[in-house]
Design a binder for this molecule. Structure first.
Ligand code: ATP
Ligand code: MG
Ligand code: FE
Length: 342
């Protein structure tokens, strides 16, 4: 079964073809980062318009890369939510139109389920059950995952998401959007002894997170410097920030591993690409004797492959989930726990 995946929930247009027999056949991505950069964040209207421009050329690209015909597609999975309403509507209407034209069924996929299952696309995928840390631009959640559609929320952020904390702190240091990768790189040359930022909720005895106070601590630190802050001063602040956020994320993962008794930890979402987080998690895993799995770097942030894959996994369990009822309906707000098991 060949599933076409269409991702358009935010500022990346991603298309991919996943074959349940042969694996990932092709994937293509267009990132709008450069377009939104001058505004310091995603402009929803511009995002929607750009998705419209990109979807069809990307479809042709993956079809030709995979060396298949459009008619070989068995089902079309699109991101139904959560995300920006206008951006989601582009992918949903594209999937409907294509499904109608080709007479193929369509399936709405939960964007976070896409992220959550993305590590299974790696060459050495984890087996169920596992603990998952989802750290993206809009979410920070710890979950127990027993199978496709079987997600138990252990805890989540009470305010900012981890990716959001990275981006906002980066902005305070004058780095351009999205600042996550930039602040991480800057932190590498920083001195860890200069700034000791708070580790919010480190000892809260639950699996919740809070990152808005950390962002405020970064702001307070930045304000103590003259406006033309030197690169090394910025690097020291960046280092203090990264060390604090990584400490909290790793500590909660270690506790979840211990409490659950599970031996596999899976990281998903854009912040999962972070080098310092990966190093710290690997060290903790070696010490506490559990395994940690990551998505391929290119599948940490938004992409079509994870949507094609999540769609394929659902359809494998329950083929009737795909429909030829082309009345599409996007869900900009859609908590993962409202997602039914496949
Ligand atoms: P959501 O999936 O919750 O709707 P999103 O799709 O915007 O949000 P992702 O695409 O998973 O989120 O991830 C984007 C986030 O990941 C951004 O906040 C970005 O700064 C962050 N990010 C990406 N690479 C890195 C990195 N190397 N270090 C830290 N943060 C990173
Ligand atoms: Mg993005
Ligand atoms: Fe995402």
């Amino acid at each position: 079964m060949i599933v076409l995946g269409v991702e358009s929930s935010c500022d990346e247009t991603g298309l991919a073809l996943y074959d349940t027999e042969r694996g990932l056949l092709a994937h293509a991505l267009h990132s709008q980062i450069a377009m939104h950069q001058e505004y310091g964040g995603v402009v929803p209207e511009l995002a929607s318009r750009d998705h419209i421009r990109r979807t069809l050329p990307l479809l042709h690209q993956v079809i030709s890369e995979a060396q298949i015909q459009k008619q070989d597609i068995d089902a079309i999975a699109y991101t139904q939510g959560p995300g920006l309403a206008g951006a989601l509507l582009v992918g949903a209407s594209f999937a409907c139109g294509l499904g109608m034209a080709l007479d193929k069924p369509i399936l709405g996929v939960h964007h976070l389920e896409g992220h959550l299952l993305s590590p299974l696309l790696a060459s050495q995928p984890p087996e169920f059950p596992f603990i998952a840390l989802l750290v993206s631009g809009g979410h920070t959640q710890l979950m127990r995952v027993d199978g496709v559609g079987q997600y138990q929320l252990l805890g989540e952020t009470l305010d900012d998401a981890a990716g959001e904390a990275f981006d906002k702190s980066a902005k305070l240091l004058g780095l351009s959007y999205p600042g996550g990768p930039a602040i991480s790189k800057l932190a590498e040359s920083g001195d860890p002894a200069i700034h000791q930022f708070p580790r919010p909720m480190l000892h809260s005895k639950d699996f919740n997170f809070s990152f808005s106070g950390l962002k405020t601590a970064v702001l307070t630190a930045v304000k103590k410097y003259p406006p033309d802050m030197s690169e090394s001063d910025k690097a020291n602040v960046a280092r203090g920030f990264v060390d604090a956020i990584v400490d909290v994320l790793v500590a909660k993962c270690v506790t979840a591993m211990k409490q659950s008794g599970l031996k596999r930890l899976v990281i998903a979402g854009g912040v999962g690409a972070n080098r310092q987080l990966r190093l710290a998690l690997n060290a903790a895993a070696a010490k506490k004797r559990f395994q940690v799995f990551y998505p391929e770097l290119e599948f940490c942030t938004d992409n079509g492959a994870m949507i094609a894959f999540a769609g394929a996994m659902r359809l494998k369990k329950n083929p009737t989930l795909a429909t030829r009822d082309f009345a599409f309906n996007v869900r900009p707000r859609w908590p993962l726990h409202e997602l039914t098991a496949a």
